[in-house]
Design a protein around this ligand. Structure first.
Ligand code: SF4
Length: 508
């Protein structure tokens, strides 16, 4: 098994940088489904460009490289302890090389381990089988989509759908509700794995297990196959669209499994994965540890992008940071902006800190980017951005209005939108919310021309630190303006009305 370490490193790097063949097919199929020039089409063309950049540069597709989850099958007699040791080495090495972001945080101290190893991390599922080779499958699923997982206990009453009973009709309502509640926050377009039954804990694990099925396979159970088709067809009529911008494509996959349950329990567990659906696998020769076959992987992926990301028309608003109040008050929902100048990153830890403390830098007129980048330091000590897409903004809802007021922030960039408190704060104090394209980590990393500083690196770790960037031509869309308008609120209400009007009782 001498080659096993290297094989695991190859598996991790390929999974982080190269989308599987079935996901590529699904993404290609929806590229032309949105109206040319629409926000949805713009989001998809940026995603396509990012997918190409990631595989061309061997860079992380998304900066959130998730919680690595391994499913491993071994013949009887294989030394699993040694295999685990080699996989941990490969995880640490991939982190050092900037292919994985240091993503593992101690839940009590808040300290990031810095190498993706921690208590219960990474996640392993081991199984023996009667074949004589080893199979290792890996999924990297980020926090934005993980946070949109949801579990239902039937019977239940669901918003906009009414009573959901203990049958496939009830299951159907739960799944539709799961898609609706995710909106764009899990970086739609997404794919869902669903487990009907099981207990609470295994329900989520089984839902995630469904994500190891290829998106274009057919469920062997005809009733579940019919339900999968129904969910695909009807979810895509909800007008949630890519990034929650509205549009014809909301889901690229729905995979449902049924599991036995206790008579008293009826759980429906849903695992939501984003378009950056990173899943690959390998077969391994147990004598040498080398890879004999790849699973899911497209060995010669064709370019996906037909344009250069967000197509620019000349009608974009150019903003040089620091930005004035007058400039932001002139913006309205739907405007596309191109930002140049200074930008700060800040996520949960920084927002919590700023509520009680002063900022270490002057943020007046500034642009605050909800982003936890992948960073690498070179031998001369200079930092470089390896991946830098937006993170889910709604987590900062309790803090954002106060932070805008206290520090004179004029623009907040993130994905998925924010709530009414932030919208009111933007109106009162003069600020806008800019939605960047979630997961487009390579695309946005290219706009960072220089890293000019970092604060709280020791205390908060790489993803949560305050990074100071000098950017050029950072493109984003105004989705919440200083006049009280929010595209996210509009799409939420419109999709709720569509959800409530879907045909009932369509299942046989
Ligand atoms: S694409 Fe979005 S949801 Fe997926 S891992 Fe990246 S930031 Fe998270």
């Amino acid at each position: 098994m001498e080659q096993f370490r290297q094989s695991m490193l190859d598996l991790i790097i390929q999974t982080s940088t190269n989308l599987p063949a079935d996901v590529r097919r699904a993404m290609s199929a929806i590229l032309d489904k949105e109206e040319p020039g629409s926000r949805a089409a713009m989001a998809l063309s940026t995603i396509a460009r990012n997918i190409d950049m990631a595989s061309d540069n061997e860079g992380a597709i998304c900066q959130d490289t998730g919680m690595p989850t391994f499913k491993i099958k071994t013949p009887v007699g294989v030394n699993q302890l040694k295999m685990k040791e080699d996989i941990l080495w490969a995880i640490i090495e991939a982190t050092k090389r900037g292919k994985l972001r240091p993503n593992t945080v101690d839940s009590v101290t808040g300290k990031n381990s810095g190498n993706n190893i921690g208590s219960g991390a990474p996640i392993f599922y081991w199984e023996q089988w009667d074949r004589d080779d080893i199979e290792v499958k890996l999924v990297l699923k980020g926090g934005g989509c993980e946070n949109k997982n949801i579990q239902y206990s039937l019977p239940s009453v669901l918003e906009h759908l009414g009573k959901a009973g203990r049958d496939l009709e009830g299951v159907r309502k739960c799944i539709l509700h799961a898609v609706w509640q995710a909106q764009g926050q899990g970086c739609s377009v997404g794919a869902i794995g669903v487990a009907i039954g099981s207990d609470r804990a295994s329900g989520y694990a089984n839902a995630k297990e469904q994500l190891f099925r290829e998106l274009d396979d057919t469920n062997p159970d005809p009733a579940l196959a019919q339900l999968e088709d129904y969910i695909m067809e009807h979810s895509n009529t909800l007008n949630i669209g890519p990034m929650g911008f509205g549009g014809n494509s909301t889901l690229i996959g729905c995979k449902i499994g049924s599991y036995h349950r206790l008579p008293a329990s009826y759980f429906v567990s849903v695992a939501y994965d984003c378009w950056a659906f990173r899943r690959l696998g390998v077969h391994i020769d147990p004598a040498t540890g080398s890879i004999t076959e790849w699973k899911y992987r497209d060995m010669n992926p064709a370019a996906m992008a037909k344009t250069e990301g967000i197509p620019l028309t000349g009608g974009e608003v150019v903003l040089q940071s620091p930005i004035t109040e007058e400039q932001v008050r002139s913006l309205k929902v739907g405007d596309i902006v191109l930002i140049s100048g200074r930008m700060f990153t800040g996520r949960d830890a920084l927002h919590g800190y700023l509520m009680e403390n002063e900022a270490p830098v002057d943020m007046n007129g500034g642009v605050l980017y909800h982003c936890g980048p992948v960073m690498l330091k070179d031998d001369s000590g200079e930092w470089h951005v390896k991946a830098a897409g937006p993170t889910t903004s709604i987590r900062e809802e309790p803090y954002q209005a106060h932070v805008i007021q206290k520090f004179g922030i004029r623009a907040v960039i993130g994905k998925g939108g924010m709530g009414p408190k932030t919208l009111q704060g933007m109106k009162d104090f003069g600020a806008v919310y800019l939605n960047a394209i979630g997961g487009a980590a390579q695309y946005y990393a290219e706009t960072v021309k220089k890293v000019t500083g970092v604060h709280f690196l020791e205390e908060f770790g790489v993803p949560e630190a305050l990074w100071q960037f000098e950017v050029e031509g950072f493109a984003a869309i105004v989705t919440m303006d200083a006049h009280g308008n929010s595209l996210h609120a509009e799409v939420l209400d419109d999709s709720a009305a569509r959800l409530a009007n879907l045909e009932l009782k369509v299942l046989q």
